[in-house]
Unconditional design. Structure first.
Length: 404
């Protein structure tokens, strides 16, 4: 019996996507082995240096002296890399300290995980089964069309629990129509999308107030860079406590500058249930101990004026880039900029030429973006110097000008 692909088609994905990956590798854009120079660039093994404009460390905290020292201090004190046991049974006291710091900082019960992806793998099936909804009933589970691959990957598992629907991107009318027809609807989306743009968060909260819509956000790309305490775009938009119809997750390995993931829960949500039944959250995959120490240090930095200074520097760089280079997210204060070029081969060639000029920018193509809509993805950071940013803009404009 021939089975129909309902949620993914691996053969099609590899067949259409692999030629572009192969071309990128042949152009010297994949599998790069590098060293960190310590002065804002990376060095290839042959000695060539380049500035990485694909880093998600938007605030440069990954190299902050306090963050590095935090990793060293806890490793020296505890004298082990990891506990190698489920956190349900035994966990390092420093992990409790980290979660307490983040809970206070972000005004939400915060559970630290091995990654944001493992958080989604554990949480989404519990949402589909209704166990994380206030009334315990199964919802219609709706994924935004542009939701990150790490969440889309869990669709088949969720579909074993409930009906799964894919909604057009940021389509409020589509979602409201579902809310009218079904008593319980849960919506899965990014806060900041990895290919540009933001969720319509205020409108979604309005639907939540009107219909009881359950909201699940992966806000990894805005954590640390938005909010007075770095709580991210979604949490900063939400007044008061995180309500029991909302869960926010995020990566500590991007703007936060360390490693791991974080789950923000409301005060009445079942943290014990999450720990016991959310799959990888309860397995022996606890955060490496140096990452815990680094994260405690980063959390404390988030409570100082330095966070606002770094956020301000990032926004200044974003505004400068927007003034020089037009993109579809110009004016959004969003550090990920997609320069649409269309054909996959053109995106690879532009990325290769940027690398020759000292800037690494990833060519994005199917399945990362739809077929025929390839482009360059440039990630801006607070610690890219004004001179480097000026040169980057010059090179991008030179490459993308008509007739080049």
């Amino acid at each position: 019996m021939e089975l129909k692909n309902r949620y993914r088609n691996t053969e099609s994905m590899i067949g259409h996507g692999n030629p572009s990956f192969t071309a990128a590798k042949e152009a010297g854009l994949l599998d790069l082995s590098v060293h960190n120079t310590g002065h804002g660039s990376l060095s290839l093994t042959d000695g060539r240096e380049f500035i990485n404009t694909c880093s998600c460390s938007y605030l440069g905290l990954d190299s902050h002296p306090d963050v590095l020292q935090g990793a060293i201090d806890v490793l020296t004190r505890e004298k082990t890399m990891t506990m190698s046991i489920s956190r349900l049974r035994v966990r390092l006291a420093d992990l409790d300290a980290l979660e307490e710091e983040l809970t206070h900082l972000w005004r939400a019960k915060t559970v630290v995980t091995n990654s944001a992806s493992s958080a989604s793998a554990g949480l989404l099936p519990l949402i589909a089964s209704g166990h994380l909804l206030p009334d315990g009933q199964k919802p219609i589970l709706v994924f935004d069309k542009s939701a990150h691959f790490s969440m889309n990957l869990i669709k088949p598992i969720c579909a074993d629990e409930t009906q799964v629907v894919t909604a057009p991107h940021n389509d409020l009318n589509f979602l409201e129509d579902l809310c009218r027809k079904h008593a319980r609807v849960a919506y899965v989306a990014d806060g900041f999308y990895s290919m540009g743009g933001v969720a319509i968060v205020k409108d979604l909260f309005a639907l939540q107030d009107k219909y009881g819509l359950f909201l699940y956000f992966d806000d990894s790309h805005s954590l640390s860079i938005y909010g007075g305490a770095g709580e991210g775009y979604v949490r900063a938009t939400m007044a008061g406590e995180v309500n029991p119809r909302t869960i926010i997750i995020g990566s500590l390995g991007k703007g936060f500058g360390t490693a791991g993931g974080a789950i923000m829960l409301g005060p009445t949500q079942h943290a014990d249930l999450v720990g016991r039944f959310a799959g990888p959250l309860g397995w022996s995959q606890s955060l490496a101990i140096p990452a815990i120490g680094a994260s405690v240090a980063s959390a404390r930095l988030h409570g100082t004026p330095e966070l606002a200074a770094r956020q301000k520097a990032l926004r200044a760089n974003v505004r400068y880039f927007d003034e020089r280079v037009p993109t579809r997210t110009s004016g959004e204060d969003f550090p990920i900029k997609i320069i649409d070029v269309g054909p996959e081969a053109v995106a690879v060639e532009y990325s290769r030429k940027l690398m020759e000029r000292g800037f690494y920018s990833s060519a994005v193509f199917f399945p990362i973006v739809p077929k025929g809509r390839a482009g360059l993805r440039i990630m801006l950071r607070s610690n890219i110097s004004s001179e480097a940013l000026r040169r980057l803009c010059d090179v991008v404009l030179e490459l993308t000008s008509p007739g080049t």
